[in-house]
Write a protein that binds this ligand. Sequence first.
Ligand SMILES: NC(=O)c1ccc[n+]([C@@H]2O[C@H](COP(=O)([O-])OP(=O)(O)OC[C@H]3O[C@@H](n4cnc5c(N)ncnc54)[C@H](OP(=O)(O)O)[C@@H]3O)[C@@H](O)[C@H]2O)c1
Length: 91
Amino acid sequence: MSNMSPMMQGALTAAVGAVPIYYGMRTFMRGPTYRSSKRLDGQTVVVTGANSGIGQETVKELCRRGARVLLLCRNQSKGIEAAEQIEMELK
Ligand SMILES: NC(=O)c1ccc[n+]([C@@H]2O[C@H](COP(=O)([O-])OP(=O)(O)OC[C@H]3O[C@@H](n4cnc5c(N)ncnc54)[C@H](OP(=O)(O)O)[C@@H]3O)[C@@H](O)[C@H]2O)c1
């Protein structure tokens, strides 16, 4: 560090300082995270928009916890495809 130019030292300090700020902002923007391992055996859950994104991930988590999950999808073939994919992933 001693044989670095002041400009290089400044740039390095700024870069090192930016890392915790970046990760702090990323965590803040992501919002709160809900974590639970509660079992759902014997319960039936209906998930809308279940063939992709948040809906699909929700289905997987509910299945892992033992729930009977009904997928409601506006496109039947997409729904069947998603259900098959989820079953394969959870095998
Ligand atoms: N992903 C994120 O990080 C995030 C963060 C905050 C909020 N959100 C919000 O959460 C919602 C879901 O996000 P996502 O990422 O899971 O989206 P996505 O992957 O696009 O999934 C949307 C689901 O909703 C269905 N859908 C869309 N429009 C519909 C309609 N008019 N009627 C019935 N079903 C409809 C889709 O069916 P098709 O496949 O048939 O289109 C799909 O199953 C969105 O409103 C999004 O803005 C998402």
